[in-house]
Ligand binder design. Structure first.
Ligand code: DX5
Ligand code: ZN
Length: 227
């Protein structure tokens, strides 16, 4: 089983203090930072792009930026995000008819590759060939576009379907995840947990990160005991 990783979504942070917020999360136990890049086309909102990631990376060279690309033309931004110091480039399968070319390009720039599916997209949209070529599969548990939405539990079976097909891949969940909704995600087999509001909105972010990680590890221990 791949290990438990918590990736706080900086969309819920104070963008005016972005590097300080990222440092605080790393100090509080976050291994990755989830950077939501939106282009105003794939989703209606615009958030941040490569120039901001460049500044963050310059201030925190050892940061692992888990870049969630909610963009209409994923291949277009690979070079910019790689140059900005992105560690993982996760694009939406809905945004391309040629995912393998995007994957090849991301690999050529030495980033990890993630493939995301929105709530209305079935897990079967990720073919074996695409998944095998990727490092991570992202099951969205809200409609991409903004933070602070309600968790859509109907998406959780897709996590279990992908975990059954790919026992060793990183499987990330994103959207409305927090201490109240982590259990179903962890039990379905997700090991990379994105949380924005639940972490940045908490009094004690370190405690929430610890709880989320502990839930994943407890679910993994159950799986291991069954196997
Ligand atoms: C939504 C983004 C998420 C979002 C998560 O489009 O992809 O990463 O920021 O935020 P919460 O945890 O607040 O739902
Ligand atoms: Zn995201």
């Amino acid at each position: 089983m791949p290990r438990a990783i918590i990736s706080p979504s900086v969309l819920a942070s104070d963008f005016g203090q972005l590097t300080a917020e990222c440092k605080r999360m790393m100090k509080d136990g976050a291994e990755w930072l989830h950077m939501d890049v939106m282009d105003g086309h794939f989703v209606p909102n615009i958030t941040m792009g490569a120039p901001i990631l460049t500044s963050v990376h310059k201030a925190i060279p050892d940061i692992f930026m888990d870049c969630h690309m909610m963009v209409a033309n994923p291949i277009q931004w690979v070079d910019d995000i790689a140059d900005a110091g992105g560690a993982l480039y996760c694009f939406h399968i809905e945004a391309t008819s040629d995912p393998l070319s995007v994957i090849k390009k991301v690999r050529s720039r030495n980033m990890q590759v993630g493939v995301a599916i929105s709530p209305d997209t079935p897990s079967t949209a990720i073919t074996d060939e695409v998944a095998e070529a990727s490092d991570m599969l992202l099951v969205m548990t809200v409609h991409p576009g903004r933070g602070g939405q309600k968790f859509i539990e109907a998406c959780v079976p897709k996590v279990a379907e992908l975990r059954a097909r790919f026992p060793e891949k990183n499987i990330e969940v994103d959207g409305g995840v927090g201490p109240k909704t982590i259990h179903v995600c962890a039990e379905a087999g997700s090991n990379v947990i994105v949380a924005g509001t639940a972490i940045f909105g908490a009094q004690d972010a370190a405690e929430v990160i610890k709880q989320l990680k502990a839930s994943v590890m407890a679910a993994q221990a159950k799986f291991a005991a069954k196997a």
